[in-house]
Design a protein around this ligand. Structure first.
Ligand code: ARG
Length: 292
């Protein structure tokens, strides 16, 4: 990810007025170069209110206090790594809106709005549309089911797009020139970002068990170095990582992948994600990169 231009969101929270007194204050007021710009949604109304994937069990609800702490530590870690965060206001009736990766996909100045598969999440579309159009993006809508950056991930100049559970293959017909469809075959890994994560220079994290042979060939054909998660860590959402250049934030409990990342020259950081894994998501799902 590179730095954000003038585009992108301005937090709609209360504006803070900074009064510069010292040279340090003045410096803080100067335009800052960020390493990435990320959209997040606070987990105020987050919960397991329904079940739309094999991880979600209404009887195994999320601990709300813990979820807020975990989300806060993810946000703090992203800030510590010098990325800018914008926030979209949460909606009480939409507990999964925290997973902003599913809002849509940024293609230059255009925002391709998601069309959610499940009715439970379809109400999110209008709020994401409003936020992106208020923030200067041209909105494009597909005719077919599409779950945004949960299922469409840039790797170099290519875009790998997942289908099989949430997004439909037909959604991608318009950008097949640079999109490579891959079929997801395990319902536990129902979004591409649950089992695949582009790193730098076409390298990537992957849980191969989530793909069919053709999909694996497509991904491997792009020539990057593959870092494979072991099954127990893949189920801990190891591949659901936020990547800021060489820094990689992944869920706690994945020491094998952390070591492999380190050996490949990356700096891994782990954040507790147990309460979001109960919903079938983790670090990456809670973020949407506004810069590509
Ligand atoms: N409960 C959410 C759903 O099933 C989790 C979404 C996870 N998001 C992601 N980008 N993988 O839709």
């Amino acid at each position: 990810m590179s730095c954000c231009g003038g585009k992108g969101g301005v937090s709609r929270g209360r504006s803070r007025r900074l009064k510069p007194k010292t040279a340090k204050d003045m410096k803080a007021l100067m335009v800052k170069e960020y390493r990435a710009h990320i959209l997040m949604c606070r987990p105020k109304y987050y919960g397991i209110n329904y079940s739309i994937n094999p991880w979600m069990d209404v009887a195994n609800g999320a601990d709300h206090k813990k979820a807020i702490e975990q989300w806060n530590s993810l946000e703090a870690k992203i800030k510590e790594l010098d990325a800018k965060i914008s926030h979209i206001p949460p909606r009480e009736e939409l507990p999964d809106m925290v997973f902003t990766a599913n809002a849509g996909l940024i293609v230059k100045d255009t925002f391709v709005l998601s069309r959610f598969f499940y009715e439970e999440r379809q109400g999110e579309e209008q709020w994401f549309e409003e936020w992106f159009s208020d923030n200067g993006y041209t909105i494009l809508k597909f005719d077919h089911r599409f779950e945004g950056a949960g299922d469409a991930l840039y790797i170099g100049n290519d875009l790998i797009v997942g289908h099989g559970f949430r997004s439909s293959l037909e959604a991608y017909t318009d950008f097949l020139e640079f999109a490579h469809p891959v079929k997801l075959v395990d319902p536990h890994f129902y979004h591409l970002d649950t089992c695949f994560c582009p790193l730098q220079d076409n390298d990537y994290l992957i849980w191969p068990g989530a793909f069919d042979e053709a999909g694996l060939q497509t991904i491997r054909g792009l020539g990057g170095e593959e870092i494979t998660a072991i099954e127990s860590e893949a189920k801990q959402f190891a591949c659901n990582a936020v990547v800021i250049e060489k820094d990689v934030i992944l869920p706690s409990g994945c020491p094998d992948l952390m070591q492999k990342l380190q050996e490949a020259g990356y700096t891994p950081h782990d954040v507790e994600m147990s309460e979001f894994i109960k919903s079938g998501g983790a670090c990456k799902c809670l973020t949407l990169a506004l810069t590509t």
